[in-house]
Design a binder for this molecule. Structure first.
Ligand SMILES: [Mn+2]
Length: 325
């Protein structure tokens, strides 16, 4: 933890510091930014919280509203090259973290990423269920009393990232959960976690089911008319609920790009590695995340100009067979 405190000292000379959540942020990203911002403010460091992309879950919009989380869209933050940026729940250099004006000085993340050299501070813990847990440990070490609103947001982030402590978590997450649970507003946590979509979004289930295909324990679908990025994850979890299915690969077209969302409950299939292997090796986009939950972005132009268009999911299936054998 010494490195974190040394880092805080380095921030004292700055007029303020920018905390950036990953693009199309989820609950963990926004909560982590909220909580880190508050922690730094208690140390006399001014902060601005920003994200890029859109907040596409109604439950996240409500969480921001109800808890008055002071995060704004990066385009409204008036960032300049003089700004210093900390990325949370995402790492500098990853494609889901827009390179904003300013100097990226730190990354705090729990994805399978490698922080670039030369940062003032980096704290990457891929085994952790959520960035919320890393931030919780900063509070503990700093001896800062956590306000109820912040515990509420962090509990939501941890609950959603770990599917209510059913995937990808470690003992540290349990300690954090116990702490949040003791002080957070449990009614609000429950309401935010349960109300994850709107009536109008049910259509995405229909659209997905119309094109859903399965080969062995791998299910896949491409929503050509598009789907909100974080809704795609909810659909992935829905398909993963099938007993016959252990790996889910969903794609949704969005203008010139395609969002990918992957899930795995097969110990032999690391979807973070899988999506990197397929998408990066074929030079058609980018991807990464966790062994059980990953995402990616495809460049349609590159996909179309390659010979891979017609057998896109075959690329994944072939790779999974390679892994299995
Ligand atoms: Mn996260």
């Amino acid at each position: 933890m010494d490195a974190f405190f040394t880092f805080i000292e380095q921030l004292r000379d700055l007029p303020d510091v920018v905390i950036q959540a990953h693009d199309f942020p989820d609950h963990d990203a926004i909560s982590a930014a909220f909580a880190l911002g508050y922690l730094l403010e208690t140390k006399g460091i001014k902060t601005r919280l920003v994200y890029n992309g859109i907040v596409d879950r109604v439950s996240l919009q409500k969480m921001i509203e109800i808890l008055s989380i002071p995060i704004i869209h990066a385009s409204e933050a008036g960032l300049t090259e003089a700004d210093k940026i900390i990325t949370v729940d995402g790492c500098i250099g990853e494609k889901n973290v827009t390179d904003l004006p300013g100097d990226e000085i730190a990354a705090i993340d729990h994805h399978e990423v490698t922080a670039p050299d030369g940062l003032w501070f980096s704290d990457i813990r891929p085994e952790y269920g959520a960035t919320a847990t890393i931030i919780f440990e900063y509070y503990q070490a700093a001896g800062v009393k956590m306000p109820r609103d912040i515990a509420t947001a962090l509990q939501v982030g941890l609950a959603i990232d770990t599917a209510n402590l059913t995937r990808g978590f470690v003992d540290a997450d349990l300690r954090a959960f116990e702490f949040f649970h003791a002080i957070a507003d449990q009614d609000l946590v429950g309401r935010i976690c349960r109300n994850s979509m709107q009536h109008g979004e049910l259509i995405y289930y229909k659209k997905m089911l119309e094109v859903l295909d399965r080969q062995g324990n791998v299910a896949f679908a491409w929503l050509e008319e598009g789907c909100p990025k974080n809704m795609l994850g909810i659909l992935g979890d829905f398909v993963l609920a099938l007993d016959e299915v252990d790996v889910v690969i969903l794609a949704a077209t969005s203008g010139e790009i395609v969002h990918l969302s992957l899930r795995s409950e097969s110990p032999g299939v690391n979807v973070s590695t899988l999506v990197r292997d397929v998408v990066v090796q074929n030079n058609i986009g980018f991807g990464g995340g966790h062994s059980h939950m990953a995402g990616g972005i495809l460049d349609i132009e590159k996909l179309n100009s390659s010979t891979l268009t017609n057998n896109f999911f075959e690329l994944f299936l072939g790779q999974i067979e390679t892994i299995d054998s």
